[in-house]
Design a protein. Structure first.
Length: 342
């Protein structure tokens, strides 16, 4: 009786290996698309907090978050436009505060109706943005420096105009807009959605938007390609300043008073939202959908900490930690996935 030789059969791929490969593909996809990761984080954070704080998902609280989000989100959209060109705008918070003061001053002290006061204020904000862009492009002044100068000046002007005292008696139009609803949705939240849609369309569906990315990605190559670099950079600074002006007037409408202490510090939240949303601080990369998701995530966390009765003093700690993690992940993506970020 002869022994029969058996040939070992090749084992089919195990379920564990298949699952591991699928998980790896998912993780790689999230790493290469930071916007998707931020959207997923928003869903997870909302579910976790809603389970532990029943009032968190109430209609009233969601409306409050919508109003808060309009301020952070609109500032973040304007900030991200500047960052995409390789710049930075540290003035948006203080400029928003000054815009609210100017609108109230024109309305109350100078007797201008609300709408002309708003228009004049937005023109002034646009002029400030043009000033930033002109100095950055024509005199090569570092964006950090010139916008920091504006931050300090705007803060000082707010105090000088008001003598440190809030301006009362502003037109009811400001409050009607800032506290109004459309189909139970706060009007300021709709402003945020509108700003995000317009910015998305310009950046991703127009030739101008592609030029903005090109300027931030490689300025010398953009110059050789004949792209009007100065105009694109100036345009982003003007947009950022005008959006800051909108935020300032929404803020005074919510409080029904123009307070000179409001505004400074918001620029850090705006930058954090942009970076968390996947915008590279070196310019040239990032999408508006990610910026919007980053702003939503920061608002979900900030409001969630209050809903969980966490001391408000820890909110800045959490925001700083989230920003630090976002920057770290940005560097990891650059190292491991070769996305071209310097």
């Amino acid at each position: 009786m002869t022994a029969q030789s058996t040939v070992p059969q090749a084992n089919p791929p195990t379920t564990r290996a298949t699952a591991s490969g699928a998980a790896g593909r998912v993780l790689r996809g999230l790493a290469e698309s930071p916007e998707a990761g931020v959207v997923l984080a928003c869903v997870v954070v909302f579910i976790v907090i809603a389970i532990n704080a029943p009032t968190y998902k109430s209609v009233g609280n969601l409306q409050v978050m919508g109003r808060d989000l309009s301020q952070t989100g609109i500032l973040a959209i304007g900030e991200s436009l500047v960052i995409l060109t390789g710049g930075i705008d540290l003035s948006v918070g203080a400029l928003a505060g000054l815009a609210g003061i100017l609108a109230a001053w024109f309305n109350v002290n100078q007797g201008l109706p609300a709408i002309p006061a708003i228009i004049v204020t937005l023109i002034i904000c646009a002029a400030v943005g043009y000033w930033h862009g002109a100095l950055v492009t024509r005199l090569n002044v570092p964006p950090f420096v010139i916008t920091l100068v504006t931050y300090t000046t705007a803060q000082g002007l707010s105090l000088a105009i008001t003598s440190g005292t809030p301006i009362n008696g502003i037109s009811s139009l400001f409050a009607d807009v800032s506290t109004g609803y459309l189909w139970d949705i706060p009007v300021p939240a709709l402003f945020f959605v509108g700003a995000a849609v317009i910015a998305w369309f310009v950046l991703e569906r127009t030739y101008v938007g592609r030029q903005v990315y090109a300027v931030g990605g490689n300025r010398e190559a953009a110059r050789l390609a004949g792209i009007p670099i100065r105009r694109r950079i100036v345009g982003t600074y003007v947009a950022s300043s005008v959006l800051a002006g909108v935020v300032g007037m929404v803020a005074i409408g919510r409080m029904n008073v123009a307070d000179p202490s409001v505004g400074p510090g918001w620029e850090l939240i705006a930058i954090a939202a942009a970076v968390v949303g996947g915008v590279s601080l070196f310019g040239g990369e990032g999408r508006i959908i990610g910026v919007a998701a980053g702003a939503i995530l920061l608002e979900l966390i900030a409001n969630g900490l209050l809903a969980l009765h966490v001391s408000p003093y820890y909110q800045q700690v959490v925001q700083g930690a989230v920003l630090g993690i976002a920057i770290l992940l940005d560097r990891v993506r650059a190292s491991y996935f070769g996305r071209g970020r310097r």
